[in-house]
Design a protein around this ligand. Sequence first.
Ligand SMILES: Cc1ncc(COP(=O)(O)O)c(C=O)c1O
Length: 396
Amino acid sequence: MSTAWTDRIRADLDLLREQGQFKTLRNLLKPMGPESEIEGVGRVVVLCSNDYLGLASHPEVVATAHAAVTQWGAGTGSVRFICGTFDYHRQIESALAELSATDAATTYVSCWNANEAVIPTLMAIGGGDVVAISDELNHASIIDAVRLGRQINKQSESRIYKHSDMDELEKALRASAGKKLRIVITDGVFSMEGDIAHLDRIHALCREHDALLIVDDSHGVGVVGKTGRGVIEHYGLLGKIDVLTGTLGKALGGAAGGYVAAERGLIELMVQRSRPQLFSNALPPATAGGAMKAIEILRRDTTRVDKLRANVEYIRGGLAKLGFETVTGPSAITPIILGATARAIAASKRLLELGVFVIGFGYPVVPEGKARLRVQISAGHEREHLDRALDAFRKL
Ligand SMILES: Cc1ncc(COP(=O)(O)O)c(C=O)c1O
């Protein structure tokens, strides 16, 4: 059937194909892990997952998710303010508050939702006169949350500063000096660059200018810091950041779910006002159970964090020896810049043929001319996986 809107959709999809931006989803036939199996391709080493601690298929995590379903059933049946908070919500929120070194935490079904909860809710307080100040490379969920906040509070404003440019951030803070509330928002680890925020300086600027600081450490928790507590641990800022957001869908079990961690009053405001919690179901038992075990494993000792760090060093060293330009720093993300989008896509296709699953990112996800492969390492990788991957890069 062809109608005006189906024709319109087809034209948009054709345009994406012409521009080389059409995404083909791979069909996985085995669980997520250091390696998996892709339909029509076979066994592959996975270098594109956020399962940084190798916990997505970890037996203890899987068993605890099972046990949570057995104890609590498959779902919550409604939103929390109608049907109540389950005891497992309280348990995971207390574990997340401890991990984040904050008074309290509250959960959402994703970190996307957590960002869309906390940012617009804070942009709406006080009836106006609010400025959100955001790094240009912040995650899409932060960008959209600021846009939403501006719609909800029409008197609010937003400013974007150049990536990690502390002079620009300071200028934005000075320029908004008369405002009732300034909110500075940054990723902890920037997902496309693999670099980390200058949190020591951002924190100092926020204190100096009396601005509220929100850090989304979705790629940092479980990875960065001596015991994997994220960028706050790396910079010695435990207990000093106003608001932390994060995901349960990466290092903390790789399933889904997100959280906001902060002082108790702010968390109470989220429960009262944040729309993704008021109008959307709560975290289901299996995801909460699995994530709770993942947090326990992370807090038990540093074995996995240490192994991840050693693996990152090993792959970066190997890639550098092969002539690829890599980055330094404490994240588990290594972008390999190849230039043109078509080049990055072709490289990822070739690597897949060689048994390595790694994604090429091009425009508009990254700037024109900065297309790249993004290599992500896990504590689940053994040397054998990393050597297989390096051999494929050598052939590439
Ligand atoms: C910085 C950042 N924030 C939020 C998200 C979204 O997390 P979730 O998958 O829990 O919605 C991501 C995921 O890529 C991210 O990188």
